[in-house]
Design a protein around this ligand. Structure first.
Ligand code: NAP
Length: 471
């Protein structure tokens, strides 16, 4: 059992309230973490402000980020185990998350070294004649970061890495289900010689610590990843602040009759059920061309039945538990509702202990919750289409728009899909779940208003200041 205080102004700070962190798989106690309150949050913001009063040169920020990347890599197994224990993510998938976090920090270090403004072509206008101008990027101020449970390391790195690269100190409120990974990352940054105050980790409830961070007048930017509901509430609460949102989604994967069905079915099985579907770009809605639909359904079912289901610490597990039993029961109810409304259950649909078995539904219609809402569970919903136009219409029939996938052998159809699918990213012959950490990643519509990936996030976290010189 592990025990952590808050990480505040470069030291551990125990409080009199504790968050118990339990394994979503068997309910066992994984650790105890101090819970902060609004007062601790205010102290953390003050520490961050004090830290920023002594700016670190870019090369030092880059060196710290590179050292942190190296330390995370050295502790790969400990981080992976922690993620498996507190988030219930299968250990093999957790290891991938850790190595992605190493990449995120490494790309952040590169951004720290190379971030520049630009030269403005003043003589392009007659009023600019005789003048030179350039911009510099200055840190926006203390960054308030709020993160979800499903990628407790890499999504934290996607906020902390670019913030430090930009020269901003950070106050982080991690998800209450998975705070231990974030606190271990604080240890890494301490060992990487990040001076005190530059990173503060304050676990606590969203309503208390999260709101206090959002409201704090000395935090000009909130970077939030989580549900649409909470993200919208934050934006409405502080309309005067810069609020970066990475929110929910319901990813479509379109399979054309000319596609490599084997690869497409493998993509559905692997990326519809990884971490029990608890990824914002999990394959959820599978739109299948009518002529190949029967064959494709069989292939998907065969591959899904091969998936290992069970203990996240077991090397053979691909599908573990949902984060809470309430989520398990919610998803099960949505499956039952779809079946009652006419969907065919091809696999799964039952509960075993804390696990919901990987579920494949066919003949799903757009009015069913498993189609029109974000399931965030181990369910893929198959729907047939007859024409390309119909596939595009079905894929776009959602309030969300993070990433979409298309499997086809036709370059013309691929390009048409890329043009007409209203999503932040369109992946051709790849699952919508594909992401490497330097990509510009983010959504349209309800899925968000920003792009993460260190190159993009660092620009969001800096202000471009103009300097004009009369020559
Ligand atoms: P969530 O319930 O919205 O929680 C996210 C974070 O917000 C947690 O730290 C939570 O704290 C905090 N929070 C809750 N209420 C708050 C409030 N009133 N003010 C400030 N903060 C508050 O989301 P989740 O269940 O952890 O994560 C799943 C969601 O995240 C899904 O919708 C998924 O699609 C989305 N997601 C999106 C992306 C992306 O890049 N677009 C990536 C991953 C996940 P507590 O834990 O203490 O409640």
């Amino acid at each position: 059992m592990q025990r952590f205080g808050l990480w505040l102004d470069g030291r551990w700070h125990e409080t009199d309230r504790w968050i118990e962190v339990h394994s979503p798989y068997d309910g066992s106690l994984v650790g105890m973490v101090s819970a902060g309150d609004a007062e601790h949050l205010a102290q953390a913001v003050e520490a961050a402000r004090r830290a920023m009063a002594h700016p670190l040169p870019a090369y030092q920020r880059a060196e710290i980020l590179s050292r942190a990347a190296g330390l995370v890599e050295q502790r790969r197994e400990d981080f992976a185990r922690t993620i498996a224990l507190e988030a219930g993510k299968p250990i093999r998938t957790a290891r991938i998350e850790v190595m992605r976090a190493v990449a995120t920090l490494t790309f952040s270090a590169i951004e720290a070294r190379t971030l520049t403004g630009e030269v403005v072509p003043m003589e392009g206008a007659s009023a600019g004649a005789g003048k030179m101008a350039f911009t510099v990027r200055e840190p926006i101020g203390v960054v308030g970061a709020i993160t979800p449970f499903n990628f407790p390391l890499n999504l934290v790195c996607h906020k902390v890495g670019p913030a430090i690269a930009a020269g901003c100190a950070v106050v982080l409120k991690p998800a209450s289900a998975t705070p231990i990974t974030a606190l271990k990352l604080a240890e890494v940054f301490m060992e990487a010689d990040l001076p005190r105050g530059w990173l503060n980790v304050i676990p606590g409830s969203g309503g208390e610590v999260g709101n206090a961070l959002v409201d704090h007048p000395d935090v000009p930017l909130i970077s939030f990843t989580g549900s649409v509901e909470v993200g919208r509430a934050i934006r409405e609460r502080v309309p005067h602040k810069k609020v970066l949102l990475e929110l929910g989604n319901s990813s479509p994967l379109i399979v054309l009759e000319d596609a490599n069905l084997e690869s497409a079915a493998q993509a559905v099985a692997t990326h519809g059920f990884s971490h029990a579907g608890q990824s914002c770009i999990s394959v959820q809605r599978v739109l299948v061309h009518e002529p190949v639909a029967d064959a494709f359904e069989q292939l998907v079912v065969q591959k899904v039945q091969e998936l290992g289901v069970g203990d996240p610490l077991d090397e053979k597990t691909h599908v573990g538990p949902l984060i809470t039993t309430a989520d398990r029961d919610r998803v099960k109810a949505w499956i039952d509702e779809a079946v009652s409304a006419g969907a065919r259950l091809l696999a799964g649909g039952t509960i075993e202990g804390n696990l919901l078995l990987p579920t494949v539904l066919a003949d799903v219609t757009p009015d069913m919750k498993v189609f029109c809402r974000e399931v965030f569970g181990p369910v893929v919903a198959l729907t047939r289409f007859r024409t390309v136009d119909e596939a595009i219409e079905l894929a776009n029939a959602t309030e969300y728009g993070l990433q979409a996938g298309v499997f086809t052998a036709s370059i013309h159809i691929a390009l048409e899909m890329a043009k007409r699918l209203h999503f932040g990213g369109v992946l051709i012959n790849e699952a919508p779940t594909y992401r490497t950490d330097q990509m510009p990643y983010g959504g349209v519509k309800a899925s968000g208003n920003t792009r993460e990936g260190p190159h993009y996030a660092v620009r969001e976290m800096t202000i471009e200041k103009l300097v004009v010189i009369q020559t």
